[in-house]
Design a protein around this ligand. Structure first.
Ligand code: ATP
Ligand code: FE
Length: 327
């Protein structure tokens, strides 16, 4: 829930525990759980805010990109509820939610800024000139940064979701011991490639196994530290290059990987050196949440930006480029 007053209340039901047994998201389980949770969670958030449905002026929902089943549950619920009250629905692009979430932080950045969007499914650098004005400067050619964390973590025997687990293990590791590649660092553009990293992690593990029969906790921690350093280095260097190339002085980090402590620290140090400022969303709003969707909708309404064109209010878009958002 998000108005001129800021974020009034928000709730989250995490499906992480449910999916952990399978080592990743099971789409059908995800949508069934959405059906079970969406009404109780709505009631809980309204109660938290001390409000009723009568106090709501519009309902925002994620229209895409994402898993079709889960999107349809949210869209149907939002549209039915809004129809019953005679209020409008606002279909929101999931990545726009991530992208604008750092504006919920204090201090919030002004436009324009460079955004590093690092989530489980996307790694993009965007120039953001205002609400609805997004220009893609670079993106991953294969795996996303979050995926690189998750897949490497799996190889290291860590539970899903791997990013936070790998990052915690890395704290105990010696970052100097293994040297992993920094892909596309010298490509001259702002694109990324992370798929080779998991192969490098696997090769290093195989070598360790061949050298000694047991892989110790310290081996795994050292390799986790090297993996995290490789991912963070590339993200930081390309983000700073984007700042230089665009001449902008504000960098905004969004998406789940934005919760990573090393990434935060490294970007803070490096951007300060070049006289730029870096902004992060509150850690609790880095990974998927409803607050960022409500906030993106509120920003669209406030700035008078047209709603994205998704043909009908009931259509969801499992695949959707952010640059296609009408503005
Ligand atoms: P998308 O938004 O692209 O559809 P998503 O919604 O699944 O993907 P998010 O919820 O934004 O992605 O982020 C989840 C990702 O963030 C996972 O890959 C997870 O491992 C990673 N992540 C979360 N916390 C950390 C952390 N502290 N360090 C590294 N990675 C992290
Ligand atoms: Fe997401």
């Amino acid at each position: 829930m998000c108005t001129e007053k800021g974020l009034i209340a928000h709730g989250l039901h995490s499906q992480i525990a449910m999916h952990r047994a399978y080592g990743g998201v099971v789409p059908e389980l995800a949508s069934r759980d959405h059906i079970r949770r969406v009404l109780p969670l709505t009631k809980e958030v309204l109660a938290q805010a001390g409000m009723t449905l009568e106090d709501i002026d519009a309902i925002a929902y994620t229209a895409g990109p994402g898993l079709n089943g889960a999107l349809l549950v949210g869209a149907s619920f939002a549209c039915a509820l809004a129809w019953s009250r005679g209020i409008p629905t606002l279909p929101i692009h999931h990545l726009e939610g991530h992208l604008l979430s750092p504006l919920l932080a204090d201090p919030a950045p002004d436009f324009p800024f460079v955004a590093l969007l690092v989530s489980g499914g996307h790694t993009q650098i965007m120039q953001v000139d205002g609400v609805g004005q997004y220009q893609l400067l670079g993106e991953t050619l294969d795996d996303a940064a979050g995926e690189a964390f998750d897949k490497s973590a799996k190889l290291l025997g860590l539970p899903y979701p791997g990013g936070p687990a790998l990052s915690a293990l890395a704290e105990k590791g010696n970052v100097e011991r293994f040297q992993l590649p920094r892909p596309m660092l010298h490509s001259g553009d702002l694109d990324f490639s992370f798929s080779g990293l998991k192969t490098a992690v696997l090769t290093t593990l195989r070598k360790l196994e061949a050298e000694s029969s047991v892989i110790t906790e310290q081996d795994r921690a050292d390799l986790a530290a090297a993996t995290q350093a490789a991912i963070v280095d590339v993200l930081a260097i390309k983000s700073l290059r984007a700042l230089k190339q665009s001449g902008l002085k504000r960098l905004v980090v969004a998406g789940g990987v934005g919760a990573n402590r090393l990434l935060r620290r490294q970007l803070e140090i490096e951007s300060e050196k070049m006289g730029a400022q870096v902004y992060f969303p509150p850690v609790s709003l880095c990974t998927d949440n409803g607050a960022m969707i409500a906030f993106a909708a509120a920003m669209r309404v406030k700035s008078g930006v047209q709603q994205p064109d998704i043909s009908s209010s009931f259509k969801v878009k499992p695949r959707w480029d952010l640059e296609d958002v009408t503005h």
